[in-house]
Design a protein around this ligand. Structure first.
Ligand code: NCD
Length: 306
């Protein structure tokens, strides 16, 4: 059977996302056991290739694969033949010859994963440039369901550098599947053109939305994608779009703050806010392991495909 790939949220049907979230809830329990391991992927090999910096995504994919008893090999471009000019397709051919079952790939170029869909292994996108980050969206959805108790009729504000955010692209798609009302809060220059026709609200005023939404989702300014040149000054950005204690006081009761990490304290949020009890940042990281366990087992051993 041809392997299935997870490159975009569009690769999953709504009912598959629901199954993945249910499975993730059972996988979450495994991480609380003394022996944190199940044999679901025994005998499978998962290659983790991160050609862009990563802490959370990389660690959680590796932990997830290991908790499912898969063998893992982890590498970056440094120290591999990619540094010697080998193409990503030739690298994929090499890995295929070694009979890997999945390649978890982070890459700075949008869509590079689509070049690798004809090999014998599943390609799982761990973030490609400004394009998508599907497992982040799934773990965010899982965290929202866990904390709010539902996925229907949600009101979500997404704040910050939306233009350069693969996290936002995947998150908006997945939230829209569940008919969330989404408000984007960003300088006009950091709003991407793809948004037209998606029925999203847009505002410049963070103060106005914080008292109305269930989730405020903050995004890092993607300095590595030249985002600093999209607004006049750091001071102005922080004045209008940084989530401060004053916003926290206005937050609706039962609402939460989320951020995919890494956070830049003082930029997208103040330190007090990052460490406050409405912040779900650590829960998101914890749930990342369970959701990636669900994804790997679904694509490599389950109903999802292979
Ligand atoms: C995000 C990413 O790399 O896209 N981080 C993550 O995967 N948790 C967001 C970011 O870098 O700002």
């Amino acid at each position: 059977m041809k392997p299935r790939h997870l490159i975009s949220i569009d690769d999953l049907k709504k009912n598959e996302i629901e199954v993945l979230l249910e499975n993730a809830a059972s996988y979450k329990e495994i991480s609380t056991r003394e022996v944190k391991k199940v044999p679901a992927l025994r005998g499978k090999t998962v290659a983790l290739c991160f050609i862009e910096p990563s802490t959370r995504t990389r660690a959680s994919f590796e932990i997830a694969a290991k908790r499912l008893s898969a063998d893992t090999l982890s590498f970056q471009s440094k120290g591999t033949s990619l540094e010697k000019g080998e193409s990503i397709k030739d690298m994929a051919k090499t890995l295929q010859a070694m009979k890997i079952d999945a390649l978890v790939l982070r890459h700075s170029s949008c869509g590079v994963h689509y070049q690798l869909t004809d090999y014998d292994f599943s390609v799982i996108n761990a973030g490609d440039g400004m394009h998508e980050h599907p497992t982040q969206a799934l773990l965010d959805l899982f965290t929202i369901k866990d904390k709010i108790g539902r996925l229907e009729n949600l009101k979500v504000a997404i704040v910050g550098d939306i233009l350069h955010s693969r996290v936002a692209r995947s998150l908006i798609k997945v939230l829209k599947l569940f008919e969330a009302e989404i408000t984007l809060v960003a300088p006009p220059t950091l709003l991407p053109p793809f948004l037209t026709g998606l029925d999203l609200k847009i505002t410049n005023f963070l103060e106005e939305v914080v008292s109305e939404v269930d989730i405020v989702y903050l995004l890092r300014i993607q300095k590595e994608r030249a985002a600093l040149s999209y607004f006049p000054s750091e001071r102005e950005y922080i004045r209008f779009y940084s989530f401060q204690l004053s916003h926290l006081k206005k937050l609706k009761k039962g609402s939460f703050l989320m951020h995919p990490g890494p956070i830049n304290r003082g930029w997208e949020l103040s330190s007090e806010v990052a460490d406050s009890d409405v912040s779900l940042i650590e829960e998101q990281v914890e749930n990342g392991v369970a959701v990636r366990m669900a994804v790997l087992s679904y694509f490599l051993a389950g109903e999802g495909g292979n």
